[in-house]
Design a protein around this ligand. Structure first.
Ligand SMILES: Nc1nc2c(ncn2[C@@H]2O[C@H](COP(=O)(O)OP(=O)(O)O)[C@@H](O)[C@H]2O)c(=O)[nH]1
Ligand SMILES: [Mg+2]
Length: 222
């Protein structure tokens, strides 16, 4: 990866035993920052904290268990420089892959991503993937309503699409962690994914714009 970047690692509590290890890396890598989760615990709050830490430019959300495909970051950044507002890492387009992980979670996210692409025309086959690159401008324009966890990435992508932002996808490979435990809560978060799926379909076919600050802030777009 040759794209210059500042890396923010969001931690939830001061006693986290990964913090000393990160501090050791920080001594050699000035681009590495530790940020405490400012909204509480959990991945939703962590991602929101990361968004706040960046004031302008481009934001990439990536998993600290290194499940995401950093070999594609330069290509994703190139798309942003071409004028896209959102570049989705995509496991379900040609060239994308998913290695490991719970079978039910895998099949459900594939069905959701591919079906939403064909149903409403959103320009990604993998709307649920968290590995996404956003313009900070887009993040500033979207009012985040998610209350669970990783469905946040789907919410932003759906709202971006409905408001006419430029979206594209790049094939990426997701590889499940080899140590530690997943904190993904399928049963708890499934209704939240279904909500954004229904939201996308209803707003696509029942109204050209939906009410809220997103509509107002992007009203000049077509
Ligand atoms: N700060 C913080 N980050 C989290 C939390 N849960 C997940 N993450 C981040 O999200 C990544 C992926 O989470 P994981 O539990 O492995 O979910 P999975 O990859 O979908 O099975 C982790 O590597 C962390 O970077 C949390 O409670 N707090
Ligand atoms: Mg993981």
């Amino acid at each position: 990866m040759s794209t210059p970047a500042t890396i923010y690692i969001v931690y939830d509590f001061d006693e986290d035993n990964t913090i000393p290890a990160i501090r050791r890396h920080m001594a050699e890598n000035p681009g590495l920052r530790l940020v405490k989760n400012r909204y509480g615990k959990g991945v939703l709050n962590a991602i929101k904290t990361g968004f706040d830490a960046v004031s302008e430019g481009i934001v990439l959300v990536m998993m600290a268990d290194l499940s995401d495909d950093l070999s594609r970051v330069d290509e994703m950044a190139d798309r942003m420089y071409q004028g896209y507002d959102l570049v989705c890492g995509s496991r379900y387009m040609k060239g994308g892959r998913q290695i490991g992980g719970p079978p039910l979670k895998k099949i459900m996210s594939r069905i959701a991503g591919v079906s939403l692409h064909y149903l409403i025309g959103i320009p990604t086959h993998d709307v649920t993937n968290s590995f996404k690159m956003y313009s900070k401008k887009l993040l500033d324009d979207i009012r985040i309503e998610s209350t669970g966890g990783f469905e946040l990435g789907m919410e932003i992508a759906v709202k971006a699409y409905l408001n006419g932002y430029r979206i594209t996808e790049v094939p990426t490979t997701w590889t499940d962690r080899t140590s530690g435990e997943s904190r993904f809560r399928l049963a708890r978060w499934l209704p939240k994914y279904l909500y954004w799926y229904a939201f996308a379909v209803i707003h696509k076919f029942c109204s050209r714009r939906f009410p809220g600050p997103e509509a107002a802030s992007s009203s000049t777009r077509t």
